[in-house]
Design a protein around this ligand. Structure first.
Ligand SMILES: [Zn+2]
Length: 197
């Protein structure tokens, strides 16, 4: 059963998938028709080939810019800094923010060997500098946990000379929680109640 074990092993590497679930996914693949499997393989290839980072904010994008950056109606003087593309998507759903984003792709965590140079932090500094004073506010929406706080501190320290107003989203969101698991209302309030740091 080498082939079956192999596919179970692959599904096990998916985030949040345990052994039982990996087995169920593998059984689905075994039972699926050949065209269904072809569709799956084709979809995987297509997403890998076409979805890249946005050239502006590092959100996922098909083509040069993501849908937020491609929208000329967004306020480019306000940048919301998030850890992951899922966080950006969650904040977009709350419909409380009309600015643009910057996705760091992680948080600084010295304990786990995640250093500032491992995330898109320098890219944020370069972007803000290139705007030549155009960025008036940075809203830091990293997760309210130790790594998120450490990251907020780094962002603040590096960007303070270039941005007049740096804010952190307000709590009222569960400590130790993940931004993308919060409901829209909570996130909306958190954004509205952000504080200057
Ligand atoms: Zn973008």
């Amino acid at each position: 059963m080498k082939a079956l074990e192999k596919i179970i092993g692959i599904f096990r590497r998916f985030p949040g998938v345990g052994p039982k679930q990996a087995e169920r996914f593998a059984m689905y693949v075994v039972r699926a028709s050949a065209p269904e499997i072809e569709n799956l393989v084709e979809a995987l290839r297509e997403v890998k080939a076409s979805v890249k980072y946005c050239g502006e904010c590092f959100n996922y994008a098909e083509g040069g810019l993501c849908s937020v950056c491609a929208d000329s109606g967004r306020d480019r003087s306000s940048i919301c800094v998030v850890e992951r593309p899922q966080d950006l998507a969650a904040i977009e759903k709350a419909k409380s923010f009309s600015g643009v984003y910057h996705v760091l792709h992680g948080a600084v965590s010295p304990a786990e060997g995640m250093l500032p140079e491992h995330i898109k932090l320098q890219e944020l500094v370069d972007r803000v500098k290139a705007s030549d004073g155009g960025v008036k506010e940075l809203i830091i929406a990293t997760n309210p946990d130790a790594d998120g706080e450490a990251t907020a501190m780094y962002v603040t320290r590096l960007l303070k000379p270039y941005v007049p107003k740096i804010t952190r989203i307000a709590y009222g969101v569960p400590l130790g929680g993940d931004i993308d698991y919060m409901d829209e209302v909570t996130l909306g309030y958190a954004l509205k109640g952000r504080v200057k740091i």
